[in-house]
Design a protein around this ligand. Structure first.
Ligand code: C5P
Length: 220
């Protein structure tokens, strides 16, 4: 990046899946690789920002110069975000946060008792980290610019448009095309108040650079 379009800015990124424990050895997660979020953190750093990356369980190296905090559950991710969002100018929520977690996580491993009975799981809803941050006073007053992501299987533009409003964010980025989990490339649809713009198919790192350049133009 020349010039460094995010010099002096603080960027907070979430990435990867969350892991919601059932018992000490089992849990529920999803196939998010974290690659897009890590690419965005790297691009923001290259653009001169100070970057904090809150990562769920992923197997990726920390981008150079980025401060990384590892978490497992959605509630831990929210706590880490809450700790760091106060200084942030930009919050980019790429994490695939589990919508639900088991209502009760057992302290000890759940054992087969030989009766053939199966454990019954019930769920409670996780906090919506992005919506929580986007409705905070700093975000509402424009001091904190929030960006959400959407992975949809169909009708991306319609879903991204309603999701942008429901989450309360100025910019919602849709992943175009079939499952991009784990892949090194993607295409993105940027949806804002004015409409939609496509970043055509390319490597996630190149898309991240384009997205950061776009976000930089939106900051006051
Ligand atoms: O509602 P949905 O999960 O499709 O929304 C996706 C967007 O919301 C992503 O930016 C994701 O990081 C964020 N999200 C969140 N906390 C949740 C669920 C989603 O921050 N519990």
């Amino acid at each position: 990046f020349t010039p460094k379009v995010l010099a002096g800015k603080q960027v907070l990124v979430t990435a990867g899946p969350t892991y919601e424990a059932i018992d000490p050895v089992r849990g529920i997660t999803n196939l998010s690789s974290g690659k897009m979020g890590f690419a965005i953190a790297r691009a923001a750093r290259m653009a001169g920002a100070r970057v904090t990356l809150v990562a769920g369980p992923v197997h990726l190296p920390t981008p150079r110069g980025v401060e990384r905090l590892n978490v497992q559950s959605a509630r831990q991710m929210l706590d880490a975000v809450a700790l760091h969002v106060g200084e942030a100018d930009v919050f980019i929520s790429t994490a695939a946060v589990a919508d639900w977690r088991p209502a009760n996580s057992a302290d000890q491993k759940i054992k087969k008792d030989g009766s053939g009975q199966t454990p019954q799981l019930s769920f409670v809803e996780n906090p919506d980290i992005l919506a929580t941050v986007a409705h905070s006073s700093r975000a509402v007053s424009g001091q904190l610019f929030c960006v959400g992501f959407a992975a949809e299987s169909h009708d991306l533009l319609a879903h991204a448009t309603t999701k942008r409003i429901r989450k309360g964010v100025p910019l919602l980025v849709g992943n175009i095309g079939p499952a991009t989990f784990g892949q090194d490339d993607n295409a993105l649809l940027l949806v804002d108040e004015a409409g939609a713009r496509e970043l055509p198919h390319g490597r996630k790192q190149d898309l991240a650079v384009q997205l950061i350049a776009d976000i930089a133009t939106r900051l006051i």
